[in-house]
Write a protein that binds this ligand. Structure first.
Ligand SMILES: NC(=O)c1ccc[n+]([C@@H]2O[C@H](COP(=O)([O-])OP(=O)(O)OC[C@H]3O[C@@H](n4cnc5c(N)ncnc54)[C@H](O)[C@@H]3O)[C@@H](O)[C@H]2O)c1
Length: 335
């Protein structure tokens, strides 16, 4: 049984707590959250202990792995603590708000040989996996264009927006990772344009809520990502890859595949109410994959280096947004 310590039991931490408790090979041993009441609630629900500080977890022998699901601005310190304590980590995206801090923690981890997985949970969505399979087995030939749509049903609370690092580091980062994972290549250039069209409070917090990006891939292929923080029709996520020999799509996923034909109209079920309902299964698959890694299986997973790569793209996109021009992406490697 793999004993987990969980940092952060907010929205996504609660999902992870439930997945750890229900996976047959894992148990929730400790919970730590600066919100002591939330920690107590989660611990009571899953029979875990409440840790009074991260140090308590680093010092204990009865924790085999940690899951970091606290606010983004806490990830790097917790990652650093876990590396020093030699605990394997599943860490939510993004690694940190500050790219220099990200590089420091990546350097700390580089020679540690510890499994560190970043929460790019969309890689575990069965439809997105189908797109990758079609690309990787050559079914669509050479990729020439990709189109990714990321439109959330409603903005997160302003308190979340303020510590999220902004739309590119928070929302689009999943799609930067997907582009690299799907194409097995990293973009060389990005052009980003953004606007505040959904909620002026997001603009006042220094962020944007609507954006379009164009990424240029090393083979010249072009990739378009569009992001919104609001739809009026549920959660809208789609991927299309167009190649020299065909095209593959991960389509909109309705709640049910039911269509009612009546007169001259067809009435179909609509989209999931939120990103969580649409993507919920992928979180359990991601955890199960991490467990396989911890058990010594050679399975692919989104690594800390993948987290770094996506974050470098996000930083270049932010630079492009402010400069109103394309920016070359320079990657960085630990030594
Ligand atoms: N993979 C995904 O699709 C996905 C989805 C949602 C959120 N996330 C990521 O998960 C993280 C949390 O997001 P959320 O939506 O659950 O936010 P949230 O605000 O709902 O929860 C954050 C929790 O962290 C706790 N916290 C804050 N500082 C802490 C510290 N120093 N130590 C321990 N706990 C601390 C807060 O009290 C809160 O309970 C963010 O980094 C976010 O980017 C990933």
């Amino acid at each position: 049984m793999i004993r987990f310590a969980l940092f952060g039991v907010g929205l996504i931490g609660s999902v992870h707590a439930n997945n750890i408790a229900t996976h047959p090979g894992t148990t929730l041993q400790y919970v730590y959250d600066v919100n002591a009441e939330a920690a107590q609630r989660a611990a009571a629900r899953y029979g875990a202990r409440v840790a009074l500080s991260p140090d308590e977890i680093w010092a204990t022998y009865d924790v085999d792995a940690v899951l970091i699901a606290s606010s983004t601005n806490t990830h790097a310190d917790l990652l650093s603590g876990a590396i020093k304590a030699r605990k394997p980590v599943y860490c939510e995206k993004p690694i940190d708000l500050n790219i220099e801090r990200v590089k420091t923690v990546v350097q700390e981890a580089y020679h540690s040989n510890l499994p560190i997985m970043i929460g790019f949970s969309r890689r575990f969505d069965e439809n997105h996996l189908g797109v990758r399979e079609a690309i990787q087995n050559g079914a669509i030939g050479n990729i020439e264009m990709m189109h990714l749509v990321s439109r959330a049903q409603e903005p997160p609370p302003i308190s979340y927006v303020k510590v999220s690092g902004g739309q590119f580091r928070d929302q689009t980062i999943h799609f930067f990772d997907l582009v690299c994972w799907l194409a097995d290549a990293a973009p060389v250039e990005v052009y980003a344009a953004g606007a505040v069209l959904v909620d002026p409070a997001i603009g006042e917090a220094g962020d944007i809520d609507t954006s379009m990006l164009i990424l240029r891939m090393p083979n010249g292929a072009l990739c378009h990502i569009d992001n919104s923080r609001r739809t009026t029709y549920g959660y809208d996520e789609r991927i299309e890859a167009f190649g020299s020999a065909g095209m593959v799509q991960s389509n909109l996923k309705p709640t049910r595949e039911v269509a009612l034909y009546k007169g001259t109209k067809t009435i179909s079920d609509g989209l999931h109410a939120s990103w969580f309902e649409r993507l919920q299964p992928s979180f359990a698959v991601a955890l199960a994959t991490f467990v396989q890694v911890l058990e010594g299986n050679n399975v692919p997973y989104p690594s800390l280096m993948d987290g770094l790569r996506a974050q470098i793209i996000a930083e270049a996109a932010i630079e492009s947004l402010h400069a109103h021009q394309p920016v070359k992406i320079t990657y960085w490697q630990p030594e």
